[in-house]
Structure formats: C-alpha cells, structure tokens
Design a protein around this ligand. Structure first.
Ligand SMILES: [Zn+2]
Length: 91
C-alpha cells in the first residue's frame, strides 16, 4: 500500500483543479469587463419592424433623397408599398 503516492496524486489533482478554477475565474472576469462588441455608428434602423441591424447586413433603399435600411427584402417591399400609397404619385 503506497499511501504517499495516493496523497501525492490527490495533491496534484487538487493543484490542477485549483489552477483551472483560477484560470476560469480570470477568464470570466476578463470577458465581463470587456466592452460589448457593438460598434456605434454602424447600426441602422429598420423602419418597418423597428429593429436595429448592422449597416453591412442591411438592405439600402434611397427614397426621396433619404437613405433607408431594411433587415430583409420583405421589409423593403413593405416600405415601398407604404410610401407608394401614402404619397400620391399620379403623373
Ligand atoms: Zn425588418
């Protein structure tokens, strides 16, 4: 019976466990203290469903000189329908 060996193994496991725990806590703290990955200025609003989305993912539509952004082609179509019906444009 090699009790010393068992104690030594237990100690090694304990040390590894403790180091792992400290590492995890440190990692967690690092994550929570980091600023959220939202880049201000590149978020645009979808006027149809009132959601914000990254500019590069949005569908751009220029209507009467103004830029509009949409999350999907569906929202863009909805906007075009809405603007068409609200502004009388019979020539
Ligand atoms: Zn939308």
């Amino acid at each position: 019976m090699n009790l010393m060996k068992i104690i030594l193994y237990a100690l090694i496991v304990y040390v590894i466990y403790t180091v792992f725990k400290i590492f995890r806590i440190a990692n967690k703290a690092k994550k929570s203290s980091a600023p959220p990955r939202i880049q201000p200025g590149v978020m645009v609003k979808d006027e149809i469903c009132n959601t914000y989305l990254p500019k590069e993912e949005a569908i751009k539509e220029i209507h009467e000189g103004k830029e509009y952004y949409f999350c999907s082609e569906k929202c863009r179509q909805k906007f075009l329908e809405k603007s068409r019906s609200s502004t009388p444009s019979d020539s």
